[in-house]
Design a protein around this ligand. Sequence first.
Ligand code: HEC
Length: 715
Amino acid sequence: MKIARQKATTLLSLLLIFLMSCKEEPAHYDDAAIVDEQQTTDWLAYGRTHNERRFFPADQINTQNVAGLKPDWFVELPTDVGLVSTPLVVDGVLYFTGTMNVIRAVDALNGNPIWEYDPKVGEVVKGKHQIGWVHNRGITFYEGKIFTGTWDGRLIALDAKTGQEIWNVRTFSEDSALYITGAPKAFKGKVLIGNGGTENGPTRGWVAAYDADTGAEAWRFYIVPGNPADGFENDAMKMAAATWTGEWWKHGGGGNTWHGLTYDAELDQLYIGTGNGSPWNRKIRSPEGGDNLFLCSVVALDPDTGAYKWHYQTTPGESWDFNSNMDIILADLTLEGKPVKALLHAPKNGFFYVINRETGKLISAEPFVETTWATHVDKATGRPVEVEGARYEEGRAVLTPGAWGGHSWHAMSYNPETGLAYVPALHQAFTYSDEGIELANWQAVPFYGGMGVNLSNPDREPRNYPASLIGWDPVKQEKVWSIPQNITPNAGTLTTAGDLLFQGRADGWLLAYDARTGAELWSYDTGLGIAAPPISYTLNGKQYIALLVGWGGGYAGMGGEMAYSYGWSYRTHSRRLIAFSLDGKAELPPVPPPNYPKPIVDADFEIDAELAEQGAMLYGLCSSCHGLNLFSGGMAPDLRASVIPLDFATFASVVRDGAKADLGMPPRPEFTDEQLKALQHFIRRGAAAFAGRYDAFIEEIKAGKSKERTGGFSH
Ligand code: HEC
């Protein structure tokens, strides 16, 4: 009896060792594995597979049972701020990137920590000029390695098993006015990365591919041409230069690719979604007009050499920040009875594009939001037909979409079973003009940047409602359903073979919808704004839905009053990673209620109007984190409510000397005492002004919150 039991134990332990060794043995995840749409276990790439569809083909969780979805496990992330990234799941391990590019690997069964890697971004940016973002949208996995791009411009390869650094290369110098927030794209033994920073100075965008094993640069593709006197890098740049006028190279040109990298394994080509102009205003960067290739385009490249194959430009001669950096999804459609290899793209300019990815030719383009800047896209020419005055040539132009775009980086998904694409859409008008700007002599200063557009009299009012979730039929090019949303920007989407669509909201709700009809089937209040898209995976036969809960991203930093009104103030609410399942039993600790920092009024401080005005100009360097017009959305402290600006020496130690650089506060070593004083006066003026209407403002917010979740508008 005893022996039998021993034998059984030995057998069991042998089996265990065998199973463990199976898990230890890293699977060979090559491009064929990453492109496999059928596997129902892992989430191997940013958009799950190389096709970037964010479609999970399991239906264990489905329209019939999703109402029973509950938290299964969670991880508290108290040191994180903005969380916007898509986790990866490989062989039972969940990997994700958090604030300041810290990467963690946890057991996908229970969230237990496996390893953590901190690239110490704070130390690198200390004492440097740095602007940019503390958030990051994702990492990439390829053949046993995890790749990440950091805020300060490093591309790093880690051993997926241990988190040990394998190699680490600089993609731009520490002193460049650029940043990386995007996920690298790994394919065919290479890793591709671009960068952002079009508004931070005169910049010339590029993408570069690095050897996945060594980090050696394999090739580089510039998005806009340089000075012709220096010679062109390739024929594509020569071709592009013919579409520019004046001395564009003095302004960099822009085109920075901070998002939108897709590898097409079937056709063996890369697609990059390119950025807007540097500066935005074409009258400055290309005064005699021109399309300005390859701004705001989908460009197809040879994955081995980076050579140009074809392009489609969504916004010729862009002048509105209508970049085309949004997701590029590969879909096989049937059009007029014929199979077509298509790509789906819904960029900022508000048109939904279906492009033949074999030829680069436009198949169709229809507006998915109100597009007051152009009436339609002409099928024959493939060009948008602009309305008169859209280029603010006759003074102010109030346009939708505005610079937030009809859709930004918040993930679109595509479900081949419903045939629908799901777009987290935005509806916000912007007022554009160049009144008061001396166009001929305008020049961006590195790190101080600018757009060459006057947005100081903004009509940023939402049109009826600020956001919506749209189920879009790319074959018919029409909206099948849409859900107006009273809060923005809502997060990216996930769709599954259970006919489900998941999306988190800026007000903290995670919802599941019927992917065919848009009917709401399940909702869960996470207690903190959501900016990241959910993913799904199956482990030990159980399907999970997982996501990062942690309000963040550009809007959280710059959204001003609206972002402030959500109450996700800096470091008040602990960030979390939550995994849900049908038999989940996790009890999440309660979260604090929304919090609205109250301005400090210093009655003894005499505000000097002139200094405060100078401070307002300088505050342009701070608003991307501390919030437009001093209304913090929670990415950094609300300076009106902080004691630090009250004391000059302490203020200088933080702003000039970098006392909080490790915590994501980039110092300004060049600031003079006079400039710091000007900022103090500006902050005190803002505090005094807001104090006068604080109580009424908060009451209004609370009344607004009690309204229905959706705007209740029909569409
Ligand atoms: C990239 C984002 C970012 C930018 C740009 C930025 N800050 Fe900050 N700042 C932060 C963060 C994050 C903190 C909080 C660090 C901590 O204590 O956790 C902070 C903290 C501060 C504090 C201390 C507040 C307190 O109560 O702890 C002051 C003052 C400040 N910043 C002023 C400025 C000024 C002035 C500018 C523009 C010249 C600026 N910051 C630009 C992110 C930023």
